[in-house]
Design a protein around this ligand. Structure first.
Ligand code: TTP
Ligand code: MG
Length: 350
């Protein structure tokens, strides 16, 4: 396995700088009201030099840097940029597990045979992201997720860190234990009390002491990770191929309006999921089940992808009409699904 973890640099702040170039090079905080109880969502690197970081109170950020500029987050704008980023990434590396708006794992092994080629692919990904959005990102390339994730954070901003196979444990060893994904504040405290400050010390723990400090499966899992052992595959949920919702009624339903209302409700769930993944779908399917358990489904494939609840619902309802025309009668279940998923249409930037 060769996997990369990609993480955008100072994401919200970077977008704000692109949208308003006069902010560039000035300390910039995206977050709540510095005169209220808001917290910092993110700060650009100029602001980080003053010790400002995510989750700090904005009041404290203002104290640390009185001339910092504070802006409120504009999530809809960040989502648009995120979609453009992931579309660009998928053009270089098609198989991606997006784990957040600004981060995800890339199946580099699919396009690169060895770590040398993997570095070139990582460079190409960075160039594609920069070319499509002007945003910068950092990547870590390794044989497993945990090492890739730690490595993507190591040379921010704009860094690429490749940890070749066989070097995982050695690479992780000097990092602070809390840098290991999975080590939360509680585990960190327990480890620190026992003098375990680094990933390397965690990796070297004997069974008995490990069980004492971090009992159960979690302890063994964290020690494995500290050793650079992480069998997690990319999580390409089946939902990537299709997303659906269905509802079995307590009593069979014949009322067309009730069925339509159900489809509309479920279409909202489906659309929400699509939007959260930055994807849209070209095929909509309505599924019906009759009291005798017979199942019918009707699908339509559209010329362009959609991701809004209303359009999905409109298509789903007309498919319901078609199904009921072919076989009328009360229904035991209705469902709506979407497939032929694609990354959201490229947005024109600038
Ligand atoms: P991160 O990737 O953690 O941070 P970042 O991209 O701003 O900076 P870095 O260069 O260190 O990666 O989070 C991505 C976005 O998520 C970030 O821009 C803002 C948002 N966010 C919050 O809203 N609250 C938080 O506490 C954190 C950590 C992030
Ligand atoms: Mg980031």
């Amino acid at each position: 396995m060769i996997v990369a973890h990609l993480d955008l640099d100072a994401f919200f702040a970077a977008v704000e700088e692109l949208e308003e170039p006069s902010l560039r090079a000035k300390p910039l905080v995206v977050g709540g009201d510095p005169r209220g109880r808001g917290v910092v969502a993110t700060a650009n690197y100029a602001a980080r030099r003053f010790g400002i970081h995510s989750a700090m109170s904005c009041a404290e950020a203002l104290r640390r840097c009185p001339h910092a500029i504070f802006v409120r987050p504009r999530h809809a704008v960040y989502r648009e940029y995120s979609r453009a980023v992931w579309t660009a990434v998928r053009e270089v590396v098609p198989t991606v597990e997006q784990t957040g708006i600004d981060e995800g794992y890339l199946d580099i092994g699919e396009v690169a045979r060895d770590f040398l080629a993997a570095r070139r692919v990582a460079n190409a990904v960075q160039a594609a992201v920069r070319g499509s959005t002007s945003l910068t990102c950092s990547l870590g390339v390794a044989s497993c997720k945990v090492v890739a994730k730690v490595a993507s954070d190591a040379r921010k901003p704009g860094g690429i860190t490749v940890v070749p196979a066989g070097r995982e444990a050695e690479y992780l060893a000097p990092f602070a234990a809390r840098k290991l994904p999975g080590v939360g504040p509680k585990a960190e405290i327990r480890l620190a009390r026992a003098g375990i400050e680094t990933v390397g010390r965690l990796a070297a723990l004997e069974d008995a002491e490990l069980t004492r400090l971090l009992p159960g499966k979690v302890g063994r899992m964290l020690r494995d990770r500290a050793r650079g052992i992480d069998p997690r595959p990319l999580d390409l949920a089946v939902e990537r191929i299709s997303i659906s919702q269905e509802e079995t009624f307590e009593r069979d339903v014949a009322d067309r309006e009730v069925l339509r209302a159900e489809l509309r409700r479920m279409s909202e769930g489906v659309a929400k999921y699509l939007v959260s993944r930055g994807e849209c779908a070209r095929t909509v399917t309505t599924k019906v089940r009759y009291p005798d358990f017979a199942i019918r489904s009707r699908s339509t494939t559209l010329p362009a992808g959609i991701d809004d609840a209303e359009t999905i619902a409109d298509v789903a309802c007309s498919l319901l009409d078609r199904a009921l025309q072919d076989r009328p009668g009360p229904l035991r279940l209705v469902g709506v699904g979407v497939s032929a998923l694609e990354a959201h249409r490229q947005l024109a930037l600038g």
